[in-house]
Ligand binder design. Structure first.
Ligand SMILES: [Zn+2]
Length: 178
């Protein structure tokens, strides 16, 4: 439920690439029922400050929640944390569906439209027929001609990514239902 490329991409959005390994260890600890920052710190050996920082990021993303209790002896507050599995699954599903839609519509655009690129440097310009005709089919950067864009590579890359994502999401769903 944690070790999945879609989950990685989703979590990376929340915490950045540097903390990806940490956030996964923390989520696993929460799943295992470890419920305080201190205990998570001891179990995972992640710095206490980092544990706290990441717990609050999970909280902001609705994936973790805490309860505040006052210790009757010391009068200090303690926080017990809980993993919100439903929200976690829901957020990852949303992330996956959004990405799938974007890639599918990019693919549809490539299937249904003819694009043109600068014949010298494709980075200069890429546009559909209407956009290209506005420049009379000359590159707005270097004035060389535009030529039809060969979308074969980009289309097969998108198709491959869509297929891989679908497969990985299926794995994620299976893991969730285990
Ligand atoms: Zn150009």
């Amino acid at each position: 439920m944690i070790n999945n490329p879609i989950v990685n991409d989703f979590l990376e959005q929340i915490v950045g690439a540097d903390d990806l390994k940490n956030i996964k260890a923390i989520i696993q600890a929460l799943i295992d029922g470890i419920d305080t920052d201190e205990a998570i710190h001891e179990k995972t050996e992640i710095k206490l400050n980092t544990v706290r920082k990441l717990l609050y990021k999970l909280h902001d993303a609705s994936i973790a929640n805490y309860k505040r209790n006052k210790d009757p002896e010391t009068q200090w507050f303690t926080y017990t944390w809980r993993f919100e599995k439903e929200e976690y699954v829901e957020e990852i599903t949303k992330f996956y569906e959004h990405r799938l839609n974007e890639r599918q519509s990019a693919l549809d655009n490539l299937e249904n439209n003819l694009y043109f690129v600068c014949c010298m440097e494709p980075e200069h310009f890429k546009g559909d027929y209407t956009e290209s005709s506005e420049f009379e089919f000359y590159c707005p950067v270097c004035d060389y001609e535009l030529e039809p864009y060969d979308a074969k590579k980009e289309k097969s890359l998108l198709k491959r990514r869509i297929t891989i994502d679908k497969k990985n999401f299926k794995k994620f769903e299976e893991a969730v239902n285990e």
